[in-house]
Write a protein that binds this ligand. Structure first.
Ligand SMILES: [Zn+2]
Length: 174
């Protein structure tokens, strides 16, 4: 049982995987956020929104210990992140046992791209998208207004919709 890694994120994956990986338990997932005074409240808000929209089925708690976390959020110094052989502004690496196995860890990277750095709306949209991947939504949406669309479009319009909830329901058999 080797570690199988898939890389996901914004406009990154030439091949989209289906939603096959899920957490064994979605309660009290330990989240580590790399210290960043400017963006920490936006990121915590994004986790809270996912938790609320899943009616508490996903619960996130915060930890200062990166190496004991389930999900870690990091800020890259680079404007563009190399993610799955593609350039991206956000990237999520999901580790799990072979295809179809449970998720062991998710690591989110957010770039320092001026495109998102100057707008808290854009950072929020990117982090919301990446958390979606970290929760197990692997495949990108075809809907431009979906938060799981491959690219950032109009950040005010991109939302968590019924499609994302349906996919989580299917994946976790709620
Ligand atoms: Zn993505």
């Amino acid at each position: 049982m080797g570690i199988f890694a898939i890389f996901l994120g914004k406009s990154e994956a030439p091949v989209d995987f289906g939603d096959r990986h899920a957490w064994k338990s979605t309660r009290n997932l330990k989240v580590y956020i790399c210290p960043d005074i400017k963006r920490i409240s936006i990121i915590k808000h994004a986790f809270l929104v996912w938790s609320e929209i899943t009616e508490g089925k996903f619960k996130f708690v915060y930890t200062d210990d990166k190496y004991n976390s389930d999900i870690d959020v990091n800020f890259s110094q680079n404007y563009i992140i190399r993610c799955y052989d593609t350039n991206a502004i956000g990237c999520t690496l999901v580790k799990s046992y072979a295809r179809g196995g449970e998720i062991l860890h998710a690591s989110i990277q957010i770039s320092s791209s001026p495109f998102i750095k100057e707008s808290s709306d854009k950072v929020y949209t990117v982090i919301l998208h990446e958390i979606g991947h970290a929760m197990g939504i692997a495949k990108h949406s075809q809907n431009r207004n979906s938060i799981m669309y491959t690219f950032t479009t109009d950040s005010k319009k991109q939302k968590i919709g019924s499609e994302e909830l349906y996919r989580l329901k299917k994946l976790y058999k709620w």
